[in-house]
Ligand binder design. Structure first.
Ligand code: SF4
Length: 277
């Protein structure tokens, strides 16, 4: 039976993108190919805020402090926190999910597979989980990805055979320079173009300023030149309320100006972006 290192598994409201407001089960896998240490920092600077969190003091995600700079889910990839993420087989995950569903079976809820970066090695394990008898009523699944990981042929085939095109969503959040990651590694149009052949795919850029939105536009052109044809969202920087409130209106206006969609991050005003929301 396939196993996944699970950083978090919880039931909440999807706060971002296409399914904003939909009751959703979140499976957060452990591991990421990026660190995004630039979020919320002056240009060219990297945060060390998460490095000051002492992993030995925490026994569960719920107790971890939030950070206002860098990646807001740092514990889902920083190896110092790996003791908080158990390796679970598909049966244990499916049973735990079933327990969370309000009707003990899938109805209108959707599944979000997020990270970290959920399309790293775990692609091999998802078919086993998604075919589990307790997952059979599941109609819609979203992969929240940074858009840098190729889909394996086998996994692409599995998704195509198991779901209708519109039931699979790739919510791609490409990392701009505000993240601290390098363009050559973060902007991979040819990979995202392949997702688009398998399921509904959109780009969601996390931005704060006009310059970020202009850089997003440059990236959108690169994706479109490779054949990408899906919608584009702008979403405000801000894993904590004070930063989010500084940005949300401005980012909504930037989205209108560019003719793109605005994505909120409802988990911030609703739940203060606490772990498990
Ligand atoms: S890609 Fe996502 S999970 Fe990975 S470090 Fe960046 S923000 Fe965090």
């Amino acid at each position: 039976m396939s196993k996944i290192k699970v950083a978090e598994l919880f039931y909440s409201i999807q706060g971002e993108g296409r399914y904003m407001g939909v009751p959703s089960v979140f499976l957060r896998t452990f591991g990421c190919n990026f660190k995004c240490e630039g979020f919320g920092m002056p240009e060219g600077k990297k945060t060390d805020e998460y490095l000051k969190v002492d992993p030995t003091l925490y026994k569960s995600y719920k107790d971890l402090p939030l950070v206002s700079t860098g990646c807001d889910s740092y514990a889902s990839w920083d190896p110092r926190f790996k003791h908080l993420s158990p390796v679970l087989d598909s049966d244990a995950i499916a049973v735990a999910i079933n327990e969370m569903l309000p009707h003990k079976k899938w109805k209108d809820e959707h599944l979000v597979i997020t990270g970290g970066e959920p399309l790293l090695g775990w692609q091999k394990a998802y078919p086993d989980l998604l075919s589990h008898r307790l997952m059979l009523g599941l109609k819609e699944v979203t992969f929240e990805t940074n858009g840098t990981q190729e889909l394996s042929k086998e996994f692409g085939k599995f998704l195509t055979n198991s779901f209708a095109y519109d039931e699979v969503t790739f919510s791609v959040s490409p990392k701009l320079s505000v993240s601290g990651e390098r363009w050559e590694e973060a902007i991979r149009p040819e990979i995202v173009r392949e997702y688009e052949k398998i399921g509904y795919t959109y780009l969601k850029f996390v931005v704060a300023t006009d310059e970020d939105a202009d850089e997003a536009e440059k990236a959108v052109h690169a994706y479109q030149n490779a054949g990408f044809n899906g919608p584009v969202y702008l979403m405000p920087v801000g894993g904590v309320e004070s930063v989010y409130h500084l940005n949300n209106r401005k980012v909504a206006e930037l989205a209108m100006k560019k003719g793109w969609r605005y994505s909120d991050r409802l988990q911030v005003p609703l739940f203060k972006n606490e772990w498990g929301t």
